[in-house]
Design a protein around this ligand. Sequence first.
Ligand code: HEM
Length: 452
Amino acid sequence: MVDCGILFSHTNLHSVQGLQGKKFGNVVKLQLGTVKCVVVNEQKNIREALVTRGHHFDSRPNFERYQRLFSGNKENSLAFCDWSNTQKVRRDMLKAYTFPRAFTHKYISLDNLILRETQDLVKELGENEIVELKPILLKKCANIFLNHFCSENFDSNNEKFTKMIENFDEVFYEVNQGYAADFLPFLMPLHKKNLERMAAVTHEIREFIQEEVIKNKLQTYSPETEPSDYLESLIGHVKMENMKNDEESSMNWEMAMFALEDIIGGHSAVGNFLTKLFGFLVCEPEVQRKIQSEIDSVLGSERLVSICDRNLLVYTEAVIYEAIRLIASPIVPRVANQSSSIDGYKIDKGTVLFFNNYDLSMSKDLWESPEKFMPERFIKNGKLFKPEYFLPFGGGRRSCMGYKLVQLVSFGILGTVMQNFNLKPVENEIYKVPVGSLALKKDSYKFKFEKR
Ligand code: HEM
């Protein structure tokens, strides 16, 4: 029996996982409250669980908290549902938008969106001496996501839009926390107030999406024309499913709404990630200089940074990988849907699997000076190089749906900011970037942006 206090934070869970790996072996069994768990250590075993035997371990934990966050049914959620035909359909429908193929129409239109928002960002950063960056980044990312998936766009000063972003950010923070109550349900009453607050926040998000994003589209939707965005694809899909009888139907309108909100909510992940990335960079003037000299030599000071330039700006790309590595956020836990094994160890059906991603990202055996910010470790023979043990987005059929968007949007924003500014610390501000979770508290760092 392990003290459930360790689950109060993912960071603590990581350090426990690391210890377990070194002391007790590659697959460590734990009993957390009433729940059987294992911690999977080492790349070979993590890959076995995620990919080779991924179909044995493709459910997600059944935490009461997740049920409550998704209207009493965690199957509404893209990330916390168990594997099902509906999830396969949801993932297949999203692919064209989350993984746009290079130089296709969707890719170029995403490029244009990123260009527009980044030029706006440059204007905004140039107007203020000291900037609280996170809310600005969240707005730019939200507009990129809303435009890309739903062809909607909002003015930065729109109060409802601002509130929607704050709400998404709160939910994002909440789902990234680990609580003892997840394993000891009798502690749930301690979270009553917080869960009531989350219910109000998710309700507000739903109202915004319904009123400001979907309403018009529903009125103008025509089944005769090709869907122009993900929202239209969803509407068309649900209308078709409604014509089937209920048992055959793979998605109702309620589920489609959650699928839409979940994916739009991806902007919070990117905004939080970028804020952390800039938190690292402000302490690394030499890395900033190297990004700038790469951009200057390839693009000069006039040509705007475009996602089509990614292959040419290898160092800039490597900076994104390095920030993701150092944040070492956990792989969302999985659950065994059947009795199986990992590395020859028997795993019972229903066991929750935690993956020691912290060790994969920070082990001294895998990385030289792992605590240092060294983007060069991701470059080999002048090309971007991703070691096979670098698995920040998980793997197999439950792998991250948003990783390409993370890379594309982060590239556009990082490149454009560095092309235009030197990032400087603000006096007395502490830039200690928390590791072990992507989510940052609402109030985060202030920065100075000095025009180049
Ligand atoms: C730096 C940012 C991000 C990181 C590090 C990250 C990481 C992860 C990881 C580790 C998983 C679990 C994978 C597994 O179980 O094998 C995951 C799942 C997921 N991610 Fe991300 N993610 C990020 C951003 C995003 C964004 C921007 C989106 C949306 C556009 C997104 C959408 C999803 C979804 C939908 C899932 C669940 C997929 C499923 O269970 O079928 N993620 N992510």
